[in-house]
Write a protein that binds this ligand. Structure first.
Ligand code: BMA
Length: 340
């Protein structure tokens, strides 16, 4: 194993389970007691999936995609001592605008949660005259202030980097259409102030690898490592029976993350367990967050399963970076700066 390290705080209580004695493919293994969130988890919520969590105070906090019993998704707050057993608020997050007036999205799904300096940001997909990105900020998880929508429709899968790069906020996103998008590449945009976004660059596209040949999208917030930004993302293939969502891995340049240094030609995880293959939408593994510990290099990956459950999987920074590098195939649209 190499000595690649996570750059960031120690999180000694990161959830963890030792790897099985045998593994086929990538060094990523599932938690034995998956799924960690089952059906009907909260009053008037039928399913929770595609959700983001992070360390907070002496435990963990998360923003959860909750499909209400009327079918409309919203974001609910949850808290946990061990990042495995979660307690959810019974009411969806109430957003306000910058004048403190109620400002609720029409719907809200696939949230990500990122802390930059002392502010926590939530990004999600919402209706802005079509599917687009919403952002809110909080410092106390009590008041959630929506800031300007960063992009025009149509867009999804926005993920902020956990620190400014060259003095700018940086965000991945996946421009597309408003339906069950049959295309999509990952782009990056920068902002001096979280209001004005520009200098858009292409990061990486769908590839000729069959498991990600239709579209891709950012997943968990990138993890800073001594090799570059470690990105877990989703890659989609089309079958005669619908889309299949797998988890992929790539490493982006630390100072100029529109450049992909390594990109794994194999998926890291693909639907294989009952809770991934069977549910509201079959064959979906959709990463939205990691909890990671810089001391031990342990990484816990949180992913939505079959649009119905939350699953947890584990890896280590050296194991997964070595695997991505050993199986890396990059092409010009990955390695170029990404402007045409
Ligand atoms: C995408 C998003 C995800 C969902 C996936 C599979 O377009 O809507 O929330 O997990 O489809 O249904």
């Amino acid at each position: 194993m190499s000595d690649v390290k996570i750059i960031g705080p120690a999180v000694p209580n990161v959830p963890w389970q030792e790897p099985p004695s045998e593994m086929n493919g990538a060094p990523v293994w599932r938690y034995n007691d998956n799924p960690i969130i089952g059906r009907n988890p909260v009053k008037e919520v039928a399913r929770i999936f595609n959700s983001a969590v992070m360390p907070y105070e002496d435990g963990f906090i998360g923003v959860f995609r909750a499909e209400q019993t009327n079918g409309i998704p919203f974001i609910y707050l949850g808290r946990s001592k061990d990042a495995i057993h979660w307690e959810f608020d019974e009411e969806k997050i109430q957003f306000v605008d910058e004048d403190n007036k109620p400002f609720m999205p029409v719907y809200a799904y696939d949230p990500r949660l990122v802390k930059i300096e002392d502010i926590y940001y939530i990004m999600w997909c919402q209706d802005f005259y079509g599917a687009s990105i919403g952002i809110a900020k909080t410092t106390d998880f009590k008041k959630f202030v929506r800031v300007e929508n960063p992009f025009l429709p149509f867009n999804r899968n926005a993920v902020l980097f956990p620190r400014k790069i060259n003095g700018k906020f940086m965000m991945l996103s996946r421009p597309s259409d408003s339906g069950h998008t049959p295309f999509g590449d990952i782009f990056i945009s920068e902002s001096p102030d979280m209001v004005y976004w520009g200098r858009h660059r292409h990061v990486m596209g769908k590839s000729s690898e069959w498991w990600e040949a239709v579209k891709i999208g950012g997943g968990a917030a990138p993890i800073e490592t001594t090799e570059g930004w470690l990105l877990f993302y989703h890659g989609v293939t089309g079958t005669c029976n619908g889309y299949v969502y797998s988890i992929g891995g790539a490493i982006l340049d630390i100072d100029n993350p529109s450049i992909v240094k390594y990109r794994c030609e194999n998926f890291l995880l693909t639907p294989q367990e009952w809770y991934e293959e069977r549910g509201f939408v079959q064959n979906v593994t959709f990463p939205c967050a990691t909890i990671h510990d810089s001391e031990s290099g342990r990484i816990a990956i949180y992913y939505g399963a079959a649009d119905t459950y939350v699953g947890l999987a584990f890896t280590t920074v050296d194991g997964v970076v070595d695997y991505i590098k050993a199986n890396s195939v990059t092409r010009e649209p990955d390695t170029e700066i990404g402007i045409r």
